[in-house]
Design a protein around this ligand. Structure first.
Ligand code: HEM
Ligand code: HEM
Length: 179
């Protein structure tokens, strides 16, 4: 039930997948809206929430990768080897971007000289020194990774829908219900 089998995604992998999906969607939309808000109290509160949730996403993805090492995903369902290879590449790059996105956010904030507190409970140790030039570099990375992540999520979602509606296989259902 909890673990993946040769044919099914277990409860842990499915829960982590859909929790990441909700959080990342919220972060991509919320992050993009931040720039339209006037400086002030509301913006500071929302940036604080964005930073805390972003660190949580990083930890969640780390946990997901550890779980994946211990409990590999089920066998691939597609029969086209080129499509299977592309799916593998997309999954790999989703993981890379899901780690780079929070990391660039933390490095940007710290390089600007702002501490990164996670929901006011812990403050991350400084990973980088104060430098506006570095901060600007990490800010650009944060924007580029967000764009790439958004694009890959669209490709990935399209592929999942193709499996379901065109190939009519169990690919999407086994991520939704495990069946
Ligand atoms: C999955 C995690 C994350 C996603 C998807 C995400 C997404 C975004 C997006 C789309 C933007 C708007 C980019 C732009 O205006 O060019 C943004 C801005 C921002 N993000 Fe994140 N972010 C994440 C994690 C973090 C983390 C962990 C931090 C810091 C600890 C952070 C700090 C910021 C800040 C300070 C801004 C505003 C930058 C500015 O003023 O231009 N983000 N984020
Ligand atoms: C922020 C959005 C999303 C992210 C970051 C994401 C990420 C991922 C990752 C990294 C995997 C690979 C799992 C592994 O083998 O370790 C995966 C698998 C999967 N995702 Fe998503 N996903 C997102 C949204 C969606 C959506 C919206 C759908 C459905 C419409 C979906 C359907 C699937 C399915 C069916 C699989 C299993 C693929 C297979 O076994 O070949 N995902 N997802």
């Amino acid at each position: 039930m909890f673990r993946n089998t040769r044919d099914q995604y277990g409860l842990v992998a499915r829960s982590l997948h859909w929790l990441t999906f909700l959080l990342v969607l919220g972060m991509l939309l919320g992050g993009s809206l931040l720039q339209f808000l006037p400086a002030g109290g509301l913006k500071s509160v929302l940036i604080g929430a964005h930073k805390s949730t972003g660190v949580l996403v990083g930890l969640l993805v780390g946990a997901r990768l550890l779980w994946r090492l211990y409990n590999p995903p089920p066998r691939v369902l597609g029969t086209n080897s080129v499509e299977n290879y592309l799916a593998h590449l997309v999954h790999l790059w989703l993981y890379v971007l899901l780690l780079l996105q929070p990391l660039s956010g933390v490095l940007m904030s710290q390089a600007y000289g702002y501490p990164v507190s996670v929901f006011g409970v812990v403050t991350l140790p400084p990973l980088v020194w104060h430098s506006d030039a570095l901060a600007e570099l990490f800010r650009r990375c944060h924007t580029v990774t967000a764009i790439l992540l958004g694009l890959l999520v669209v490709v990935h979602t399209g592929a999942a829908l193709k499996h379901h509606f065109i190939d009519k296989d169990r690919n999407l259902m086994r991520m939704l219900k495990g069946a």
